[in-house]
Design a protein around this ligand. Structure first.
Ligand code: AMP
Ligand code: GLY
Length: 416
């Protein structure tokens, strides 16, 4: 089977790594991919948002199955377009992916189906949003309705900060149309947990839990990033909590989407907060998380292609999904300056040989002749698995410390 993965980050590298292990994959492509992925797959320079280019590539290379990993092509209807062109694809259709691409849609769905989440209101006028903020007081959370590269959420400590966020999004158009409407919601507190779940629209198969570390500096200081590291499982997510989340959040969400005529087939990302009132939804994503996927998929024992095809075919109930016991840890090596501006094209040295227990997943990297150079903010995700979380963390950091590029920055407290 000829398989094409869409995307270019660490998540796409782990997907390619797992798919390359499948006996049924005869040829693997990635568009556009990166330096690490190019060792496993033929990388083709087609952008993830170039839906017509992806369809042309899939036809030209006689691709049997396309795995659409990032949020923006899903929101653009890439899966719908591929299927309409007769090409089988993994990922939710555009209508189902709206659970990520519109926060107002997600909140409305949760309200209608009694899925626990923060109290909220949606606004399309800044003056009304500001009046609501003044009435509610701080802390309070302001979110752009649409996709904003993970930067569209402001957890405001003061009313003024929240008001500035509203002006920035709605008047200064910081996120263009994505911020034309905003959600203002209650600020929740408690540990955060990510649960990724395979679903074919009916059956829900949660993967081991994980935890992302979004702020750039240790002890959660500094601005938010796309994710500076992840561990799996998430500390504190007990089997009893998993059962409760399944009953009150995972199954109700999948049923709600089906009832709305938007059955979700793909990976549904549940961003949860374990509050004193019980688990609540912080956000949904319509795809694997990055870097959660790197940590979680290191623990997958079964054939990933089989599972993805069962999701696509509506036969997830019969899928063989086995996980290795133990834990994993992914430490992100970022460019100095990220998430602000940073240089690119810097040579990377000290990359170790990969083993099944210790993988260096590439994100923003490119090949320059024989060399591997930096090409993005998040550069590498050093990921290890072991029988205990402590051992996985030790192995990940030991490996990360051998890798060098000018200005490299990592958090030292992933999983602590
Ligand atoms: P998101 O981009 O939706 O993942 O949000 C980014 C981060 O903002 C989350 O991981 C939370 O830490 C925080 N956040 C979002 N919504 C809330 C909320 N209602 N209360 C507290 N923190 C929140
Ligand atoms: N790690 C958060 C995300 O993928 O959106």
């Amino acid at each position: 089977m000829r398989v094409l993965v869409i995307g270019a980050g660490g998540r796409e590298h782990v997907l390619c790594w797992k798919l390359a292990q499948s006996a049924r994959v005869t040829k693997l492509y990635c568009a556009p991919g990166n330096a690490g992925i190019s060792r496993l797959a033929e990388c083709v320079p087609v952008r993830a948002t170039d839906v017509d280019g992806i369809i042309a590539l899939a036809k030209r290379e006689k691709i049997d199955f396309v795995v659409v990993a990032p949020d923006d092509p899903l929101a653009l209807g890439c899966v719908d377009a591929l299927e309409a062109a007769g090409i089988s694809a993994f990922g939710p259709r555009r209508a189902a992916a709206e659970i990520e691409s519109s926060k107002i849609y997600a909140k409305t769905l949760m309200q209608k189906y009694d899925i626990p989440t923060a109290r909220w209101r949606a606004f399309d006028r800044p003056d009304e949003a500001i009046a609501y903020i003044r009435a509610q007081g701080a802390p309070i959370v302001v979110k752009a309705d649409g996709l904003a590269l993970g930067k569209g959420v402001v957890v405001a400590r003061t009313e003024d900060e929240a008001v500035r966020a509203v002006r920035d999004m709605m008047e200064n158009k910081r996120f263009e149309e994505a911020g034309a409407r905003v959600v203002v919601e209650e600020c929740m507190t408690g540990p955060e947990v990510t649960v990724l779940a395979f679903t074919d629209g009916e059956t829900v198969a949660p993967m081991p839990s994980s935890r992302d570390h979004k702020p750039v500096f240790d002890r959660n200081r500094g601005p938010n990033t796309g994710g500076m590291g992840a561990v799996s499982p998430a500390p504190g997510y007990t089997p009893a909590m998993a059962t409760l989340c399944e009953k009150t959040i995972f199954i109700p969400t999948v049923r709600a989407l089906a009832a709305e005529g938007r059955p979700f087939q793909g990976v549904l990302y549940f961003g949860l907060m374990l509050t004193e009132q019980g688990p609540r939804v912080v956000e949904y994503n319509a795809r694997f998380g990055d870097p959660e996927a790197q940590a979680v998929l290191m623990l997958l024992e079964s054939d990933l292609l089989d599972i993805l095809q069962d999701v696509r075919g509506g036969t997830l109930a019969r899928a063989d999904i086995r996980w290795r016991p133990g834990a994993s840890c992914c430490v992100v090596l970022a460019s100095g300056g990220y998430p602000g501006t940073y240089p690119t094209g810097l040579p990377i040295t000290g990359l170790p040989d990969d083993t099944p227990e210790r993988m260096v997943f590439h994100a923003g990297t490119a090949r320059r002749g024989e060399d591997c150079v930096t090409a993005g903010g998040r550069v590498l995700g050093v990921t290890a698995r072991a029988s205990t979380p402590e051992e996985a963390r030790r192995l990940a950091y030991e490996t990360a410390d051998t890798i060098r590029f000018e200005g490299v920055h990592m958090r030292r407290d992933i999983g602590i």
